[in-house]
Design a protein. Sequence first.
Length: 373
Amino acid sequence: MRITFICGSLNPGQDGVGDYTRRLAAQLAQDGHDCQLIAINDVVDDEETTDRTQIIRFKQLLSTPEKSQQAQQFIAQWQPDWISLQFVCFSFHPKGFIHRLTPFIQQCVRTANLHIMFHELWVGEQPSLPLKHKVMGGIQRQLILNTLKGWQASAMHTSNALYQFVLNHHGYRVAILPLFGNIPINTENERNVSPSSDSKQRTLLFPFSQRHDWNVTETMERFRDLAQAAGVRLKLIQAGQIRSDSQHWSTIWEFCKTHEWECELLGPQTEQSISKLMHEADIGVSSAHIALAGKSGAVAAMQEHGLPVICTITDPISRRFKPDLNQADGLYSLFDDQTRLEDLFSSPERFTAKARLPSVAKQLIESLSTSTT
């Protein structure tokens, strides 16, 4: 199969969706498929070609008619069976308005089928958002829904139950395509699937950038209560970039100091180091809501490494959507009932480490194949 992927940026290590697209295309090429990757809002104009893969990066393509025509010519010459749009509205416009993206994609899709992977939707579903975000989200929603009518995509996916629910609500059939982790599994670090050797200590790993609205005090107080109920003490490890304006980690540090817990703020780490931490921890912690955990590469990486994961955002994310909080895939929420969480802290159960990327690539190809029959 020949697939053209279109996304905002392919700047390595600087764009999550771009890194996702590169890794997915590399797996598909390994499986015998031909992939073309086109970034239309990148930081540079660049082109590179590897075995079975062509990567073309454009800077501000949508505001430059000559570049738009050039990209369309590249796609026409490639003759893809599918064009796969990796959709994040903010990747194409500072305010997420896709009025220029709409005709560009329409021109690109000629003899090819259109596939859309919704990594993000419009903003404004969350009731607690300020009015200006809801107004902006309303404009985004109208533009996206109007555009979907014209594009008539042959296949659509998203990574999480909330986006699937919202799009289904508006009459679009959207399937779940799971994310794969953004941290490769280092098998040299893999340990036996068992709790910590210290039966009275639980190591919690926080491998993420902190959301500004993360309810850190509520999270720490909940962890304290659960640790006391389970009769264990905690060790907290942070890995990843700490934002200069973030107060979260000073709060966590003081909380740990008060309760005589160990706390390590490691900052940026190599992929190998983070993989080792994921193998050694007992529980992973995410600043996502459980209904949106599917769109987090960090959550996917922790699950691939066999870690149970607690999602800590508790604000409602939609007035209409009611998520399943008691999931069976190693995901937990601060919403969960006390007994289930106490059991997790008392006897955390790790799972067998397994990378998702090969199965996700296979699922995508099978889905596209059946969408044209």
